[in-house]
Design a protein around this ligand. Structure first.
Ligand code: 6CS
Length: 315
């Protein structure tokens, strides 16, 4: 029996590590009856193509990040909001696992023909640009690549940039050809996709995390026996903890690798006063989110915010 799992990142990435570990655990625990095949980014098309294949049941599992999925499920764009999550990543990881957050996502995904399994953090988002960005004014007129969910366009417009939505696979050449002047992603991705080669500044605004979700095909889950279903849930649960340690290590190590390979890269961490200006400038993003995601979006935002507050109090 073959289980097909597509990821939105290349080999050696956080998502690849997740999927390979899933493969290993499932194969071990089904005594070779199940063969998990992992499709890395590029083999099945862009995030949108992968989503389509999961939706029509050609795929059984896929990584689907809100940065692209938000076009189909507007509410998941809550994970794209700037200055919403805690500055403490452990708090966010706790919030993503809260039963009330998960239950909300279960429902939203199912309505759109998807089976929600897990939401994971792949680390803090960082900007790589050709020119320094320390205040929203520095974004003025900058052609800046964002993922394809509409909320991201609104976000960088609010900062004064000229946002360009593109699939992941087109970012490197767009930077090289100067069709864009910058982009945003976690450090491990900036390293493995070589975005640092074609930009000069690596800026940590600490404004958001890259959240990905793991989803399944509802048809596949309906066919699964109760014991297999339990096994999948168990493995997903186990990976939720494991992957956060892994991504934190990847992000740390690959920053070192960028600094080694390109010592002239300017690495900047925005201070609190600078971040405050971005937080202020990001205000229209909340309004836009409600406009796009409606009453249910607002409810999910409240649920997520309560989960973050609760997790912060416990930490
Ligand atoms: O920027 C993107 O489009 C992609 N970034 C990462 C880190 N993973 C998948 C996503 O599609």
């Amino acid at each position: 029996e073959i289980w097909r799992f597509a990821i939105e990142e290349t080999q050696g990435s956080v998502q690849d590590t997740y999927a390979k570990r899933f493969e290993q655990l499932i194969e071990e625990r089904t005594d070779g009856e199940v063969d998990v095949v992992v499709y890395p980014y590029g083999t099945l098309g862009t995030s949108d193509h992968i989503l389509e294949q999961l939706h029509n049941g050609t795929l059984d599992f896929a990584m689907s990040s809100p940065g692209h999925l938000g076009k189909f499920i507007p509410e998941v764009q809550v994970f794209l909001l700037h200055f919403l999550m805690s500055d403490d990543e452990a708090v966010n990881i706790c919030a993503l696992q809260k039963p009330e957050v998960r239950a909300f996502l279960d429902k939203l995904y199912l309505e759109k023909g998807l089976h929600f399994l897990s939401a994971i953090s792949e680390g803090a988002m960082a900007w790589t640009t050709r020119e320094a960005v320390r205040t929203p004014d520095d974004f003025d007129g900058m052609k800046f690549r964002v993922m394809t969910s509409p909320l991201l366009i609104a976000a960088y417009e609010a900062y004064g940039a000229s946002p360009t939505p593109l699939p992941y696979s087109e970012v490197y050449s767009a930077l090289q050809l100067r069709m864009i002047d910058g982009q945003v992603n976690p450090v491990f991705a900036i390293e493995e996709m070589s975005f640092y080669e074609v930009t000069d500044w690596l800026i940590f605004p600490n404004h958001a995390y890259f959240i990905a979700t793991v989803a399944g095909s509802p048809k596949f889950f309906e066919r699964l026996s109760p014991s297999r279903r339990e096994l999948v849930e168990h493995v997903i649960n186990q990976l939720q903890g494991e992957i956060e340690t892994i991504q934190q290590r990847f992000n740390r190590k690959r920053l070192e690798s960028i600094e080694e390979r390109k010592p002239e890269m300017n690495v900047v961490r925005l201070d609190e006063a600078q971040r405050a200006r971005f937080r202020e400038a990001a205000a229209p993003m909340r309004k836009k989110f409600i406009e796009l995601a409606g009453e249910r979006g607002q409810q999910l935002l409240r649920t997520l915010r309560a989960a973050v507050t609760d997790c912060a109090a416990r930490n």
